[in-house]
Design a protein around this ligand. Structure first.
Ligand SMILES: O=P(O)(O)OC[C@H]1O[C@](O)(CO)[C@@H](O)[C@@H]1O
Length: 559
């Protein structure tokens, strides 16, 4: 375990490797003329040769703009960028997040208690401490599941503290064996929290305040509003600045109805929370659903279900760590990302899960991939010349077919599509599943083949790339494997681009300016503000005077 708590060895960036020029040459001569339609028609072995199998997931690469030389050169690129060493560095707990001097060690959260020393390394302490933390929140999840007084659980969090749990809870809806209603509130817009509170009973609601930092503006604003709503139901009209000055019985109310999932237990205690499930700072926000941030998942599917989710992710971790590069699914997907982004110049990728339960996956992946890899300089702070993460977007199929697929078939942009389908339906209307699968397969085929007869407005050019992922079913194992697959792909793409995938400095500027503008709105100080923002504030003031906004403050009678 040479890297524990030390920066990993510097890896060459993709565009600084010797093979990069070969890839460029090959792209100009052959790659950009790749005709998948012909390749599939002429080579009946293409599908079998280009399919990659990982735990619970098979992926068909055959509809992509790839030929054998491209694949060989891309694999050489992975070697020259030292991907095998980068994978080991992650498992060894190296400080992959170089700007914040932290590991990105989420794989440790998935390492089972029965793991061998080779999996956990000599740092048995970190591993054992993590298991104690895990056991504590899983025990609590079981208590909540059995607590008949609680009917509703509200997860208050944003970014990774919302999207991770939300995507998994939705994905495992059919698997959920709990009568609790789960709600996810993230937005600063009070309409998000307000509309839920209007339907909830404070005495029967448990709030999970999920925030690694316990300082994120949206989460703290929503948590405070929820706390005020709870206290108002008990006669407190105006909360004191210090919650510790409330009578003990009221403090106890807050303690009974709020739980903290955080790396900053002190801030959560000051908020009035007593039930705390901490986790370590080497868990990145968008990789945190495996930690106590996933408490809502554990409440939905139970502690055993959560362990199965971890086991599914661990199976993918093992694949990532041990499969040779050519068979390594996260590596192959990341190489394809580089090929499309840096050679073909495709600016976006469409995520098309043909599964209603995976409808939150595109939103989850937007954070995972774009917050991780939407970067402009490399690990040494040098501005990049090669492009990084594409725009990731999408919608559950078949809904997307009746919206933007028109553009994908005939529009001027080429958008690689990632189809995700389930072998098993997992619901009680299986005959619709066949039709759903037929649609996904048909879209993939239509993109490849196109249509070349009839009037010109009906022509589709074809040769439009797509990848199809087939997941066995939506159970915790498979969902764990799917999410871990995307996490690792994102990391490998980041290593290839030479960037830190684990920080997000780009979001800080907006946070700082929002604080400043809010302060100006409250104080009326406009000095030093740009003219456009001043003009917009003027509009807001005049509109507010003309049409005062009604305030909404739902209360619920205490049962
Ligand atoms: O869990 P926290 O600390 O509230 O952060 C929420 C989210 O905000 C971000 O830091 C971005 O602003 C994400 O990376 C993170 O998932």
């Amino acid at each position: 375990m040479p890297y524990r708590n030390t920066p990993p060895p510097a890896h060459p960036r993709c565009d600084q490797t010797p093979v990069w020029a070969q890839l460029q040459e090959h792209f100009i001569q052959h790659g950009k003329h790749c005709n998948v339609r012909q390749a599939i028609a002429q080579d009946s072995g293409r599908f079998a040769r280009m399919a990659v199998q990982a735990p619970h997931i098979g992926v068909d690469f055959s509809r992509n703009l790839l030929d054998e030389t491209t694949e060989t050169l891309l694999l050489q690129l992975a070697q020259e960028c030292q991907i095998p060493e980068a994978i080991e560095a992650m498992f060894a707990g190296a400080q992959l997040n170089t700007t914040e001097q932290r590991a990105a060690w989420h794989v440790l959260l998935r390492t089972p208690p029965s793991a061998s020393a080779a999996d956990t390394g000599p740092d048995g302490d970190a591993w054992q401490a993590m298991h104690r933390q895990q056991q504590a929140f899983l025990d609590f999840a079981e208590q909540v599941r059995q607590d008949e007084r609680i009917t509703d659980i509200v997860n208050i969090g944003i970014g990774g503290s919302d999207l991770g749990p939300a995507v998994v809870v939705a994905a495992l809806e059919a698997f959920t064996r709990s009568d609790k209603r789960l709600h996810f509130v993230s937005n600063m817009d009070g309409a998000d929290l307000g509309s839920r509170l209007a339907r909830l009973n404070p005495d029967r609601t448990l709030f999970l305040v999920a925030s690694k930092s316990f300082g994120t503006a949206e989460t703290i604003a929503n948590a405070r509003s929820a706390r005020a709503w709870l206290l108002k139901a008990h006669g407190v009209e105006q909360e004191p600045d210090d919650i510790a000055s409330l009578p003990a019985a009221l403090q106890q109310r807050v303690q009974q109805h709020f739980v903290g999932l955080t790396c900053n237990p002190d801030a959560a205690s000051r908020f009035g929370i007593q039930t705390l499930f901490p986790f370590e700072d080497w868990v990145g926000g968008r990789f945190s659903l495996w930690s106590s941030i996933g408490l809502s998942i554990a409440i939905a599917i139970g502690a055993d279900g959560f362990r199965q989710l971890l086991a599914g992710a661990h199976a993918m971790d093992q694949h990532f760590r041990h499969a040779p590069l050519a068979q390594n699914l996260p590596v192959r997907l990341a190489l394809l990302d580089v090929w499309y982004r840096n050679f073909h110049g495709f600016a976006s990728r469409c995520i098309a899960p043909y599964s209603h339960a995976l409808r939150r996956l595109p939103a989850y992946l937007q954070q995972l991939e774009m917050e991780s890899n939407g970067k402009g300089c490399d690990l040494h702070g040098t501005p990049l010349t090669a492009a990084t993460a594409p725009i990731v977007w999408g919608e559950a199929g078949t809904n997307g077919q009746h919206a933007y697929f028109q553009l994908i078939h005939q529009g001027s942009e080429t958008v690689p599509v990632e189809f995700i389908v389930l072998r098993e339906a997992g619901h009680w209307l299986p005959h619709q599943h066949r039709a759903l699968l037929a649609n996904a397969l048909a879209q993939a085929r239509a993109l490849t083949e196109g249509k070349h007869d009839g009037p010109p407005h009906t022509h589709c050019p074809g040769n439009r790339p797509s990848t199809l992922m087939m997941l066995d079913r939506l159970d915790p194992h498979c969902v764990g494997a799917l999410i871990a697959l995307y996490e690792h792909r994102t990391y490998v793409a980041g290593v290839l681009w030479g960037i830190n995938s684990f920080d997000q400095w780009g979001v800080e500027l907006g946070k700082t300016l929002a604080k400043d503008i809010l302060h100006r709105m409250e104080s009326g100080t406009l000095h030093g503000l740009d003219a456009t923002t001043q003009g917009l504030l003027g509009w807001l003031n005049s509109a507010e005077t003309a049409h005062p906004t009604p305030t909404m403050s739902p209360t619920h009678p205490v049962a």
